[in-house]
Every structure is written in C-alpha cells, then in structure tokens.
Design a protein around this ligand. Structure first.
Ligand SMILES: [Fe+2]
Length: 174
C-alpha cells in the first residue's frame, strides 16, 4: 500500500535536542571582506558546513587564469555556474553561466578559470565529504586535505583576523 499523505519527516527528537533545522544565509558578492582567501586569485564565501556528512557548500570566486590544485574527491560534488567561464583540465567541456555539473566520487581534477573568461567565475559548489589535494595529477600523493571541518577552521581564522563576527559561521553549521 503506497503512502498517500505526507507531512514533515520526524527524527523523534525534541526540538531542543536537534541542531539540524533549516536555515538561510545571504551571500554578498560585493562585500570584499566576506571573501575568504583560498588560493592565488581564488576566494569563497561559505554557505553551509555540514559537519554531519563532513561536506560543505560554498560560493567560489576565481579570477580569469586562476587555478585550484589537482584534488581527488571522496564524495560527490554538485556545482552551478553563476558567471564566468571555467573548466577542469581533465575534461573537454567549458562551464559557462547556467552550467550545472555533477561529479562522482573518486574523481581527481584541476579547476581553472579560463584565460578568456569575460568576468571572474562565480560557482556554487555543494561538496559531499572531503577532498584530497595531490602533489601530481597521476598517481599523486597527499598534499593537503579539505572538508567541512577544515573549511570551518579556515573561515574562523580569517574572520578573526579580519575582525568579522565569527558567530555568523556558527549559524552555518549542521
Ligand atoms: Fe573538485
């Protein structure tokens, strides 16, 4: 007999036992202070730190010609391009405004904003689980590790150093 009525999914916990409710946050792409430096010519603004799955969601900004080191994903990634042109060196497509990508776990890739991108790239990335930066594209070894926890620490340090209110980050933790 199929289910015919729905309401809310209930985990059986009292509301005060649970910290995984819905929330919203607002990104301000024009506020330079809110962009957390990540790599040469690359910044991000955090949307969610999923410390249950280990993943995170960010809006990434990259200047034309900027590059993110080759990295391997232990979980899936979804991305949506808001502006700019970018690609992975390992694929033959170029993402443009409106391009959605789905990346399976187990893929290593190198993100570059194209030299001829008409504007900085803005990409929303929803990352499940950690990513492992490699020292070389093929048969690489661990160079660095990133996940929701390390991204939160990076943001907290930047917010402290920049005089921003780090409580804003706490509100993004699930
Ligand atoms: Fe990636």
């Amino acid at each position: 007999m199929p289910i015919t009525t729905f309401s809310n999914v209930d985990d059986g916990l009292e509301p005060n036992q649970r910290q995984r409710g819905h929330f919203i946050t607002n990104i301000d792409v024009d506020d330079k202070r809110l962009w957390v430096p990540y790599a040469e010519g690359v910044w991000f603004q955090p949307c969610c730190f999923n410390l249950t799955s280990g993943g995170f969601t960010v809006l990434l900004k990259g200047l034309p010609s900027a590059k993110l080191g080759v990295h391997y994903h232990v979980g899936t990634v979804r991305g949506y391009t808001i502006q700019g042109h970018w690609r992975y060196l390992e694929h033959d497509w170029v993402a443009k405004p409106g391009t959605f990508i789905y990346e399976p776990a187990g893929e290593a890739h190198t993100l570059v904003v194209t030299d001829d991108s008409p504007e900085p790239a803005l990409i929303m990335f929803m990352v499940e689980g950690g990513l492992i930066y490699l020292d070389k594209p093929a048969n690489g070894s661990l160079a660095a590790y990133e996940d929701g926890f390390s991204a939160l620490e990076l943001c907290r340090k930047y917010y402290r150093d920049a005089g921003l209110d780090a409580r804003r980050l706490d509100a993004l933790i699930r």
